[in-house]
Design a protein around this ligand. Structure first.
Ligand code: FAD
Length: 303
């Protein structure tokens, strides 16, 4: 089944379609051949066979960890709609509280709602501008914690098997900014386990984290840290040591505020961002012998 056939079926069901690169936090990159916003679980079962037959699929959250190539993406982008933004709190009998969060909900919103409800352990997420789906897939983290510290299970739609699956944390094989969730899995929700806390204390932590981020990280168009930190070192410090702060290629430059952030200009393009990422990688390898690995996901590039 081609992307066109899938889109025709989707249009018959009244589903939306739109751009791609413009929806990422880099705001660079092209449109997709197909774009599908899924609003209900039933739509996944209805479109299951057509989705499974699509060779190239990218699931898009907030695009805050993604660089999309310029030009047309020759595949289908799947995005979850508003109805996947629920948050349900259920006390367990072991003194902990389970929170089940829809994959489309933004981390900062989830962090604030959880803090207000008097639970603690998710404050770190207030500064990460992704969705729960993207955060579980990437094992996002910060301020000494990460998704792996709290996730007990996730609900997936497995594109190729055309079925829902509940997967326990131990089978998600969380690593540093990685998980076993593959490109043909769609995270629909995640359940995390948290402790009782004090709402006022959590709210103060949120404020402090937001203040710290404003002070240490740039605004503008970027996708957060470009490279993973090597063991016991910060990629930002290494890049700074190589004198690359402010280095520019075309419409992209290394942030003056945080050397592991690469910024795109307002009218920027992904080719420049990609070229600068490669340049920084090669310079760090040449000068320091460190082979930095990227954290951000590249979509639609040849290699
Ligand atoms: C200013 C800034 C600060 C940041 N700070 C941090 C930080 O402190 N810590 C950190 O870890 N990250 C940070 N990031 C990166 C990013 O916000 C996280 O990785 C976030 O979890 C990505 O979520 P997303 O919804 O934007 O995912 P996207 O960028 O849309 O996607 C990332 C990956 O997840 C997949 N994906 C997305 N949604 C789903 C889904 N529902 N089902 C299956 N796969 C899915 C995508 O296909 C892709 O492979 C930062 C980014 C920015 C711009």
């Amino acid at each position: 089944m081609s992307v066109e056939n899938l889109l025709k079926r989707a249009a018959d069901l009244g589903l939306a379609h739109g751009a791609f690169g413009a929806l990422t936090t880099y705001r660079t990159g092209g449109v997709a051949r197909g774009f599908l916003t899924i609003e209900t679980r039933e739509q996944l079962t209805t479109l299951g066979a057509e989705l499974a037959a699509c060779e190239r699929i990218t699931v898009l959250g907030n695009g805050s960890n993604m660089l999309v190539a310029d030009g047309e993406y020759d595949g289908l982008v799947v995005h979850l709609g508003e109805s996947f933004s629920t948050l349900t709190i259920s006390p367990t009998n072991q003194g902990r509280t389970a929170v089940t969060i829809g994959a489309a909900l933004d981390l900062p919103i989830a962090a604030r709602r959880i803090a207000e409800s008097g639970l603690t352990g998710f404050e770190w997420a207030v500064g990460v501008p992704g969705t729960i789906g993207g955060a579980v897939t990437m094992n996002a983290g910060g301020h000494g914690s990460d998704m792996a510290a709290a996730v007990t299970s996730v609900e997936l739609w497995r594109i190729d098997e055309q079925q829902f699956a509940d997967v326990d944390a131990e089978n998600l094989h969380f690593g540093y900014r990685s998980s076993a969730i593959g490109p043909r899995d769609i995270v629909l929700s995640a359940t995390i386990l948290l402790r009782e806390g004090v709402a006022q204390v959590s709210k103060e932590q949120l404020k402090e984290i937001v203040r710290w981020r404003r002070e240490h990280q740039p605004g503008g168009s970027n996708a957060g840290s470009v490279f993973r930190n090597p063991p016991n070192e910060s990629a930002g410090s290494i890049i700074e040591r190589c004198g690359l702060k402010g280095h520019r290629i075309g419409t992209a430059h290394v942030s003056e505020k945080h050397a592991n952030f690469i910024q795109a200009d307002e009218q920027g393009n992904s080719s420049d961002v990609r070229a600068l990422i490669r340049f920084v990688h090669d310079e760090v390898l040449r000068r320091e012998g460190i082979d930095l690995l990227t954290e951000i996901r590249f979509v639609g590039f040849d290699e």
